[in-house]
Ligand binder design. Structure first.
Ligand code: NAD
Length: 255
């Protein structure tokens, strides 16, 4: 059941890539705290399902729609629609959309340049395009949360383009924090460790066991494990925290 008097009351949060996986968990988590949630994705049917789940759990009626984070036109249209839904404001942007599960793992000599471009377009240019479009509607006290990855710190082999794109997200977060900080908007990143989403299950047979022995908490990460970090970075308790990256990986990397 949604807490309509919670910290999200009267605030609007846009979650990109919310058709499933972590994005859906963020959307449900924000709605449960009383945020008006806007869910956007290239996968329109998945978004509609996320919106349906929010309504089913008694959350405030969400906005849902198609978004291609690589498109100037699409990001502009979505930002305008979500701002109209949010009475002129987009209080929180969660930049979660990415190509992840479908990215080919191969040695650096064999990375397809076309796939490199796609990964950079969606994972690195995408968060910029979204923030650029939402910027006019981000109020004082607004929040941006970008999804990086703990792979940046482990330097996962045979995943050069994906890891590099997520490293870029950390760099982009710092610049955005300085530029938007002048308007009292915070910009932070979350770097999840391996987390059990549909996409992760598709990557290997033994996903539940993957890396668990190297994790301080000795269990696999679940989407809900990452939601709390996003709520913290979106909420009032992180007002003086910006440009940072929170690693949420059960204690696998210490950075
Ligand atoms: N699952 C993990 O282990 C893990 C670990 C570290 C970081 N991450 C990051 O967390 C985020 C979510 O991961 P996930 O496991 O839920 O993956 P996922 O593939 O389920 O989610 C990504 C979503 O982005 C959407 N998307 C792809 N291209 C898009 C575009 N051009 N415009 C709009 N939406 C687009 C997809 O349709 C999908 O719904 C990603 O940024 C991923 O890189 C995941």
């Amino acid at each position: 059941m949604a807490d309509t008097t919670g910290e999200g009351a009267g605030r609007t949060a846009l979650v990109t890539g919310a058709a499933g996986g972590l994005g859906r968990s963020f959307a449900l988590g924000f709605a449960a705290r009383g945020y008006r949630v806007a869910v956007a994705d290239v996968n329109v049917a998945g978004c509609a399902e996320t919106a349906h789940l929010i309504r089913d759990r008694g959350g405030p009626t969400p906005w849902h729609g198609e978004l291609d984070v690589t498109s100037e036109e699409s990001t502009r249209q979505v930002a305008e629609s979500v701002a109209a839904f949010g009475d002129g404001r987009i209080d929180v942007v969660v930049n979660n959309a990415a190509v992840y599960g479908a990215v080919t793992r191969s040695p650096l000599e064999e990375v397809d340049p076309a796939e490199w471009d796609l990964v950079m377009d969606v994972n690195l240019k995408g968060p910029w395009m979204v923030v650029r479009a939402c910027s006019p509607f981000l109020p004082e006290g607004g929040r941006v949360v970008n999804l990086s990855s703990a792979t940046v710190y482990s330097g996962s082999e045979n995943w050069l383009h994906y890891v590099a794109s997520k490293g870029g997200v950390i760099a982009l977060t710092r610049v955005m924090a300085k530029e938007l900080g002048r308007r009292s908007i915070t910009v932070n990143a979350i770097a999840p460790g391996f987390t059990l989403t549909e996409a992760s299950y598709g990557l290997m047979d033994n996903a539940e066991e993957y890396g668990v022995d190297r994790t301080a908490l000795r269990r696999a990460g679940r989407p809900d494990d990452v939601v709390g970090a996003a709520l913290f970075l979106a909420g009032p308790d992180s007002a003086y925290l910006t440009g940072q990256t929170l690693v949420v990986d059960g204690g696998r990397q210490f950075v």
